[in-house]
Design a protein around this ligand. Structure first.
Ligand code: SF4
Ligand code: SF4
Length: 132
């Protein structure tokens, strides 16, 4: 069953753990973002759009991958909104939509035999991105 845009926005809130309603629209997160010029939407816009339940445009935006995950926006936010986690949640959902379920625990032994040095973080990250 297709999820409504509002349901997807609720999922973004759940994945990010962010209370977007606490945002007071000061813009400090975007003012400090080093990827500001690279991203179509800026941290304060991610927060505002998710709060309004408008996530479709965010999910279609390829420049979401330009976020550096530097957490400068998290440091700067006076309300503890954590915009970087909202951006990351959108990216995870967009990647899931594109790739579907294509990574299973059964794949891990083969990957490790190909590269025993593969970092555990890479496997955990792949699970987050490619499993629903
Ligand atoms: S985590 Fe991403 S959105 Fe936040 S300041 Fe860094 S680059 Fe910008
Ligand atoms: S810094 Fe925090 S309160 Fe200010 S606009 Fe960004 S998310 Fe909202």
């Amino acid at each position: 069953m297709q999820m409504s845009e509002k349901d997807v926005a609720a999922l973004v809130k759940e994945i990010s753990g962010s209370d977007v309603k606490k945002c007071m629209k000061c813009g400090k997160c975007s003012a400090t973002c080093p990827a500001y010029g690279e991203m179509r939407f800026h941290p304060h816009q991610f927060v505002a759009m998710v709060a309004r339940g408008r996530v479709e445009e965010l999910l279609k935006d390829p420049t979401v991958t330009r976020c550096l995950s530097c957490f400068a926006c998290v440091e700067r936010c006076p309300r503890g909104v954590e915009p970087a986690n909202v951006v990351a949640a959108i990216r995870v959902l967009a990647e899931r939509e594109q790739e579907g379920n294509n990574f299973s625990p059964a794949d891990v032994p083969k990957l490790l035999s190909q590269d025993p040095e593969i970092p555990q973080q890479a496997l955990v990250s792949a699970f987050r991105k490619y499993r629903k």
